[in-house]
Design a binder for this molecule. Sequence first.
Ligand SMILES: C[S@@+](CC[C@H](N)C(=O)[O-])C[C@H]1O[C@@H](n2cnc3c(N)ncnc32)[C@H](O)[C@@H]1O
Length: 250
Amino acid sequence: MRLRGRKNIRESLEQQPDLVVLEPQQWKGRWHEFFGNDHPIHIELGMGKGQFISRMSGNNPQINYIGMDIYDELLRRGSEKARAVWRENGQDRVPNLALVRGNVEYLESMFEPGELSRIYLNFSDPWPKSKHARRRLTHPRFLMKYKEALDAYGEIHFKTDSLTLFEFSLNSLAQTGLQMRNISLHLHREGIRDDLVMTEYETKFVGQGMPIYRLEAVIGDKALAEYRAEVARELEDQARRGGAKEPAPE
Ligand SMILES: C[S@@+](CC[C@H](N)C(=O)[O-])C[C@H]1O[C@@H](n2cnc3c(N)ncnc32)[C@H](O)[C@@H]1O
């Protein structure tokens, strides 16, 4: 039977302290204690009903995941989804996921600098009116928070159906001096990318034939150094194969 009403939803969440975190500030600087290991932590900001983060947690047990949203009802749906995914894996317990009630505005109250390794922004609210631009989760003021929270291997992975938000985000990332890679203006152009887990919104938009825009931003020093070395190697390979010689990035 589906629980109805705020009180029932809250009670259901309170009964799941192994999975649902209603006061995330209490774990600031101690998330590895919550998970019981030192695995890297990847977070989805604005997880919605939790399809993406639940599947990611089931597929990658060596990563710790956090799904954050502001609504209790979405946490409840996320908890059902996550438990269903792990039951498919033959486990009643969800070992590597925390569903957190929190607002991205207060990210620094929940995480110490360098406590996260990857941030997923999937179909963030586009806030199309320019007077609301500061609310977009890729506004430079948010990017600065993400930079602070991410570790030396930190990355942001962003996808959206909104061309306006994507355009805004490209400028915002460039203004903040962040390195972008794997930019796509039509992620599933050649068929569904089954190496990437889809979100609820993505499934819906792809079903309607809409293009999905995607990029990754490389943030941490070590991630950046590795990326630059990879690009330099590719350029050397191209040059060896007789392609145009281009200078390697600094
Ligand atoms: C359009 S939905 C996308 C949901 C999911 N990521 C997907 O792709 O299916 C955006 C979600 O972000 C959440 N959200 C919006 N602003 C937020 C904020 N400041 N902090 C946390 N969550 C937020 C909303 O509640 C909503 O669930």
